[in-house]
Design a protein around this ligand. Sequence first.
Ligand code: FES
Ligand SMILES: [Fe+2]
Length: 374
Amino acid sequence: MADTTAQPSKPVIHRIHAAPIEARYARGWHCLGLADDYKDGKAHGLSIFGTRLVVFQGEDGQLRVLDGYCPHMGADLGQGRIDGNTVVCSFHGWAWAGDGKCAAIPYSQRIPPKARVKSWPVTEQNRLLFVWNDPEGNAPDPSVAIPRINACFSDTWSDWAIVKWVINTNCRELIDNQSDMAHFGPVHGAPIEYFCNTFDGAVAYQKLRGGSARLAGSGGLTADSAYFGPAYHITLMTGEAEGQPIKSILLNSHVPIDTNSFELRFGVMVEKNPALTDAQNRAMVDGYVQAAQSAFREDVAIWDSKTRVDNPLLCEGDGPIYRLRQWYQQFYTDVAALPAVHSTVEVHEYRGDDTGWHKLAEVPADAASRLSTI
Ligand code: FES
Ligand SMILES: [Fe+2]
């Protein structure tokens, strides 16, 4: 006889999915920190993009990035020395030029035709060095150039103060932050009044207004930020420090080390207060840099310990996390296969004075980015 006894219903459980990560790195410009740090006459070896690279400055002043293992017998070119516009391998002395070609071998008249390593495109902008990664091997797309920030070249602003961390997870975990409105209250003590994400090609904007006891005192906090490509994020922030309005620019950039770790750089610049002396400005800038770094460390602690979730369980107050991930996926997709969604502008706006999120066809005045003005 069949068992017809009613079974108590089982609770529905949301299980986290995390598919194996693909062994591919994002197409785009990746910041390697301050350009000046590489201008010391030395070769610098970097373990990033799952490989080894070497950065060096030739006598012409240009910074260059090459594959970092010498194809002769595998030595690390980061241990080499610079001669003219070449880096010379410490093992047998082969010299490598910025275009990747072997320029000289000290004990051979003839240079093998295949003696060439990959030369990675580089650019300097905003006193920072960038390297272009492209799994398809194409040249950098001029439409995704890193925008100039005039403040980086102005005496009315402090210099970049940059710190670096290694985070042990895939770098895509970091990106959700751009749409994660709900973490500002719990993590940063910064409740949100207005939040807007605009997805526009290779740029993902965020605009927010809120409060922050730590970064804005009793005054309001505004943040106007954007990812320019997959790995370089700039924020123009206004807040308050010791009762004075304060304007800062934040850098949040990362470079994958491999598919399970990345280097994260966080930079801060502060607009000097003309009413203060140089010494007072230095103290004000130092204090603000410390506060901004502590706020960012609050995020870092989460990223460093969280697990990957392909299927986050969202509710109506959450930001457009899935749309943001779709935006980010473009950098892992061959250019010829990019879906049309990446050539349209899409706006997701949250107003604290009503019920939640709206999708808009145009950028509202409240969300207009001012990043091109700094
Ligand atoms: S391994 Fe570099 S010159 Fe031999
Ligand atoms: Fe955060």
